[in-house]
Design a protein around this ligand. Structure first.
Ligand code: HEM
Length: 412
């Protein structure tokens, strides 16, 4: 359930709107961001924050306004950055999520077969056997961290397969993903852009070796081979190659990982929903969508206005930073009934913003849904009882909305 203590609510209510900065990562770590978004949706859905550690920015918090911005890629450009952070120029990496048509479409096309239905059919058996092995190897009657043992392990194994990355080195992908997304569990070691760059150049070196092996072989169905053989990507500069690697690593990793953890947490907080699912397995696809809505693993995406435009009576000017808070749009009661409740059989359950909207809509969404579906099928088959036995630890980030730890026990 949402932490909505009086103190948090007051804090948001007491701040003048003009000084309300929802982006503070600590609000996400403490799970106290919700009253701020509720207030913005109610009082100022297109909100200008003049002063923040990221500079001035607009917050778009209502479902329909987010769709309006996300679908208008000619005015709201991804090119500068897709997060609230503007990296210093020397650390900026291009990638197709930060591109416009036609190059965006060509590069997206290059890698999209990875999540096409034919490939998903091929992957289904492999995902299932891995899920079975992971679940059957979990401790009984002993507390363990679900995030590490299941969520990270499953998504990292998948990512290793998508890249055809050496399996024994797969945790490097997790490490690079955390460093690239600047999630603060890396904070002690990676606390500057320079240190981040050093780690990511190791990532680039590793992948450059894989590229060199594959570019001279017949094209294969892994992401590196796809990029090495496509006219849209085969001549990328190292910086662009790294940018696309980061996109694919973070895209395929943090997001699904946090939906897997969130699902276990929400079901344990809402036992009647779990009972519904146990009684009727046909509710599973809806449950997967509801988990992804309720979690909203990517809290926001950002655009930069390339022209003046009015949204909700507010004049957004050319050059302004515009942040679409998916996490807030997914709780907008004008579109989603009873949005703060976790309801696996709600109407229009797929109508959420977690995968974005418009030309950059998540390319890996069906793969993410498939992984969650198989995981829950196998958990239900085993009647696996996963008890959350402590408070989850949340990530201190306004971008990756997720968990670093979820202590659980499975009775023996
Ligand atoms: C784009 C969320 C899983 C790869 C996106 C966007 C979001 C998102 C919000 C940006 C949409 C926009 O700007 O309109 C998620 C969530 C996932 C997930 C919530 C899991 C629950 C995956 C997986 C992969 C992936 C498994 C890869 C295998 C990508 C890529 C893009 C993207 C490559 C860029 C698309 C483009 O620019 O055209 N995702 N994602 N995602 N995602 Fe995902």
């Amino acid at each position: 359930m949402i932490a909505l203590s009086a103190e948090n609510a007051c804090e948001s209510a007491d701040i003048p709107l003009s000084r309300l900065d929802v982006s503070a990562p600590k609000r996400f770590k403490d799970d106290t961001v919700w009253p701020c978004f509720e207030r913005l949706r109610r009082e100022d859905p297109v909100h200008y924050c003049e002063d923040s550690p990221y500079g001035p920015y607009w917050s778009i918090t209502k479902y329909r306004d987010i769709i309006a911005v996300d679908s208008n890629h000619t005015i709201f450009s991804s090119e500068r950055s897709v997060t609230i952070v503007d990296p210093p120029e020397e650390y900026w990496t291009p990638s197709f999520i930060k591109m416009s048509p036609p190059v965006h479409a060509q590069q997206r096309e290059t890698i999209s077969p990875i999540a096409a239905s034919e490939n998903l059919e091929n992957l289904e058996g492999l995902i299932r056997s891995r899920v079975q092995k992971i679940l059957d190897g979990l401790p009984r009657n002993d507390t363990f961290n679900w995030v590490d043992r299941v969520s990270i392990e499953l998504t990292t194994q998948m990512l290793a397969t998508l890249f055809d990355f050496p399996f024994e080195d797969r945790r490097l992908l997790t490490y690079w993903s955390d460093v690239a997304a600047l999630t603060p569990q890396m904070g002690d070691q990676i606390d500057s852009w320079e240190k981040r760059k050093v780690v990511l150049s190791e990532c680039l070196d590793y992948f450059t070796r894989l590229w060199s092996e594959r570019v001279n072989c017949e094209p294969r169905a892994d992401l590196i081979s796809m990029m090495a053989h496509s006219p849209a990507t085969r001549n990328m500069e190292p910086r662009e190659f790294l940018g696309n690697l980061i996109l694919l690593i973070v895209g395929g990793n943090d997001t699904t990982r946090n939906s897997i953890s969130g699902g276990v947490l929400f079901m344990s907080q809402n036992p009647s929903e779990l009972r519904k699912l146990r009684d009727d397995a046909s509710l599973l696809p809806g449950a997967v969508s509801e988990i992804i809505r309720y979690q909203t693993p990517i809290a926001h995406m950002r655009r930069t206005a390339v022209d003046d435009l009015t949204i909700g009576h507010k004049k957004i000017r050319r050059g302004d930073k515009v942040v679409m808070w998916y996490i807030s749009g997914n709780r907008d009661d004008e579109v989603i009934a009873n949005p703060n409740s976790f309801i696996i059989d709600r109407e229009n359950v797929r109508q959420h913003l977690s995968f974005g909207f418009g030309i950059h809509r998540c390319v890996g969404r069906h793969l993410a849904e498939l992984q969650l579906k198989i995981l829950w099928e196998e958990m239900l088959k085993r009647s696996l009882e996963v008890k959350v036995v402590g408070e989850p630890e949340r990530v201190e980030s306004n971008f990756v909305h997720g968990y670093s730890a979820l202590p659980v026990q499975i009775p023996g």
